[in-house]
Design a protein around this ligand. Structure first.
Ligand code: 2HG
Ligand code: ZN
Length: 464
């Protein structure tokens, strides 16, 4: 070790794995945003809760900032380390610690991937229902840090609903066991819920007790082509009343062009501006009949132009790829991303206002919309024109984001639905949270992390 602070850390935490090679600093110092140059001091890979506590105490002693790190698939810069921080990666703490069949609780370490969590639940004949495209790399700890949502929120809610207990190392190094798997616990503040969505600014989540549920009945997947924007919410209202929806996702023709160019198979001949992937319970013929009737009603109303129903698991996967492959297909273009939320009832009016705003403000840019429209959550990805400098592009998008934030404030929405605030959206936090709320949030942070060593600068601007 060359840095004496790291020698000190190594001496205080015997057996701690520390990485300082440039390639590792780059790998662990960035997330999927790719906007900031990674420059951490080093990367620590603890293997036990005791090691995490010792690292946090060391960081308090020498005032080194820590960046808790999961799979770094985040899109808001919540896990980037750009200023000599120590990255605290939970990747070695990825074990399943136990399963209780009576409580239906799966106990895991925070570094387990979402995919491995699904597999562990499946091995018990049960389901951990939070799911989204980054499942192979993202970790439960990261999901908790951002209250991750994904493609089945419409049926199951967000990560928040599925956490029965958390083991956390607070910013002062104390170990907290929050809620301990209880179903009911009316004993004051629910610190577990406070931790969920706190983006690593209150404590390091080291373990979780996850609720599992029954696997869903067999499902069918339908791809729909829609002739106009209003049809999105009209078809949603129709399907929601007539079917038992598991997912209702949308994307535009622009998104479709990108996934097809990226290798996905064309699944429908229609050439329409909007598409929906709907998944619903199809346990028997009656359910399947109901889906056909809903589809026909939508066609009769002029809201649906065309559709296909997957006839096999492989076909269903191909339909899902059209939706889930969008982020990856756009990644090489380094898009600027918005991730916004509205009440479903506010969506029809907002969609029109937003369409106008984006057309006016981004005249020469390609704008790709998609997302979890059934949850009131839209993803907007703006692609830079080839000749435009990254800095100029981001500055332009930030100006438009301010306009979007103002519109969201008027409509009672949120600047982040599921990706978190991180670095990317902290300037707009005030459009979603009142000054009084932000002051309380800062106070909470101070109570958990008095020296401000946990992920400083994320979620809100750092206090000077
Ligand atoms: C999704 O829903 C993810 O696919 C990523 O939340 C969204 O890339 C995005 O903007
Ligand atoms: Zn999403």
């Amino acid at each position: 070790m060359t840095d004496p602070r790291l020698d000190d850390l190594a001496a205080r935490v015997p057996g701690l794995r520390l990485l300082t090679e440039l390639a590792d600093l780059i790998h662990y110092g960035r997330d999927w945003t790719r906007r900031w140059g990674p420059a951490p001091l080093a990367v620590a890979l603890p293997d036990t809760v005791g090691q995490v506590q010792a690292i946090v105490r060391w960081a308090n002693g020498c005032q080194i900032a820590l960046v808790p790190s999961g799979g770094r698939t985040g899109l808001s810069g919540g896990a980037v380390a750009t200023r000599g921080e120590l990255v605290l990666s939970l990747e070695r703490m990825n074990r399943v610690l136990g399963f209780d069949a009576t409580d239906r609780l799966l106990e895991v370490e925070a570094g387990i991937t979402l995919h491995a969590t699904h597999e562990a639940a499946r091995a018990q004949g049960l389901l951990y229902p939070v799911d989204f495209g980054a499942r192979g790399s993202c970790t439960i700890g990261g999901n908790i840090a951002t209250n991750a949502g994904g493609i089945r929120v419409i049926r199951y809610g967000t990560t928040r609903e599925w956490i029965a207990g958390l083991t956390v190392v607070a910013g002062n190094g104390e170990l907290l066991q929050l809620n301990r798997g209880l179903v009911k616990n009316s004993s004051g503040y629910d610190l577990r819920q406070l931790m969920i969505g706190s983006e690593g600014t209150l404590g390091v989540v080291v373990g979780a007790q996850l609720k599992l549920t029954d696997p869903p009945p067999p499902a069918q997947t339908m791809l729909l082509a829609l002739p106009h924007m209003d049809a999105l919410m009209q078809v949603f209202a129709l399907f929601r009343t007539q079917l038992k929806l598991q997912a209702f996702e949308f994307f535009t023709d622009v998104a479709l062009r990108h996934v097809l160019a990226h290798g996905a198979q064309r699944a429908i001949d229609a050439d329409q501006p909007y598409y929906v992937v709907a998944e619903y319970d199809a346990a028997d013929e009656r359910d399947e009949q109901a889906a056909l009737l809903a589809f026909e009603d939508g066609v009769r109303e002029g809201w649906i132009s065309d559709g296909v129903i997957a006839q096999s698991e492989a076909q269903a996967a191909a339909l899902w790829r059209l939706r889930e492959g969008i982020t990856e297909s756009l990644a090489p273009r380094k898009p600027y991303k918005n991730d916004i939320a509205l009440r479903i009832s506010a969506m029809p009016a907002f969609l029109h206002e937003m369409q106008e705003l984006l057309a006016r403000e981004y005249p020469q840019m390609e704008v790709v919309w998609f997302g979890h429209i059934g949850d009131g959550n839209l993803h907007i990805n703006v692609l830079p024109p080839p000749e435009m400098e990254q800095a100029e592009f981001v500055a332009r998008c930030e100006r438009v984001t301010q306009l979007l934030a103002d519109a969201l404030q008027r409509h009672g929405g949120s600047i982040s639905a599921e990706h978190g605030i991180g670095l990317v959206k902290r300037a707009y936090l005030g459009s979603t949270r009142s000054a009084a709320e932000i002051a309380l949030m800062r106070g909470v942070r101070h109570a958990f992390d008095p020296n401000g060593i946990l992920n400083p600068g994320k979620l809100f601007e750092q206090e000077s």
